[in-house]
Unconditional design. Structure first.
Length: 243
């Protein structure tokens, strides 16, 4: 048989295809996969706020919490980092400490870089000001937001003074939401003091599109829409020469 017509005894491989070596070979044996190369650094920072927002009081260890003293330094770093051009906030919170939540919301609204929030699961109570603090807000179709008045727990001494304090705190929350969203103040107050939505309580539950219809949230969407919007805001900032 002619040498040129003899079948090859070596297996055919793709051009430039190299066999796994070292740790990659171990991953193939153990997991059936090899480690992919690290992606290039992103110009978008993702901030997650989940569980209960913990303020000055430490919550029990079985509670899922977001500590505001962990969030504030992140926001300072985002503002100072020239490589970060936009911030995506993912929310799934039951609420929590009012002053801690307002502190986070004020920091978000004061950032010079574009911000987009996305409510996933829930953005209840003090989570509402955080959601609307972004330049643009999204809510998942099945996500909910609970709007209700501020409450205090524990022993209350000096009822008139306590009522005045609560009234001022409530005013801070409602004015912030009104300023940073499209919901009229009268509608917001009506939702807060609505009866019938919550068992043994007053307030309102807004599901997905309901939050958009009243002007609290800008749009129904998910992660892909939120990232597209954030990139759009980043492009607008660049066109204006804002860094």
């Amino acid at each position: 048989m002619n040498k040129s017509t003899q079948p090859s005894t070596t297996p055919r491989t793709r051009k430039n295809c190299k066999p796994p070596v070292g740790n990659d070979l171990e991953n193939v044996k153990e997991l059936g996969t090899i480690k992919l190369p690290e992606p290039p650094p992103s110009n978008i920072h993702c901030l997650t706020i989940v569980g209960q927002i913990e303020g000055h009081m430490i919550m029990p260890p079985h509670n899922k919490t977001t500590k505001y003293e962990h969030i504030i330094p992140q926001l300072v770093a985002v503002e100072q980092n020239n490589h970060i051009e936009g911030l995506l906030i993912l929310l799934n919170t039951v609420g929590g400490d009012v002053e801690a939540g307002l502190a986070i919301a004020e920091m978000l609204s004061g950032l010079s870089k574009p911000t987009v929030s996305l409510v996933l699961g829930g953005g209840h109570s003090i989570g509402a000001p955080i959601a609307v603090a972004a330049n643009y807000s999204f809510i998942a179709e099945t996500a909910t937001m609970t709007i209700h008045p501020i409450r205090l727990t524990g022993l209350v001494i000096g009822v008139p003074q306590t009522y005045e304090y609560l009234d001022k705190m409530q005013d801070r929350v409602t004015k912030f939401i009104e300023k940073n969203s499209k919901i009229p103040l009268e509608k917001l107050r009506e939702l807060m003091f609505r009866t019938g939505d919550l068992a043994r309580d007053i307030g309102a539950v807004l599901v997905g599109k309901d939050a958009v219809d009243v002007g609290l949230i800008d749009e129904v969407g998910s992660i892909s829409q939120a990232i597209v919007k954030l990139k759009e805001l980043i492009s607008i900032n660049k066109a204006k020469g804002v860094h």
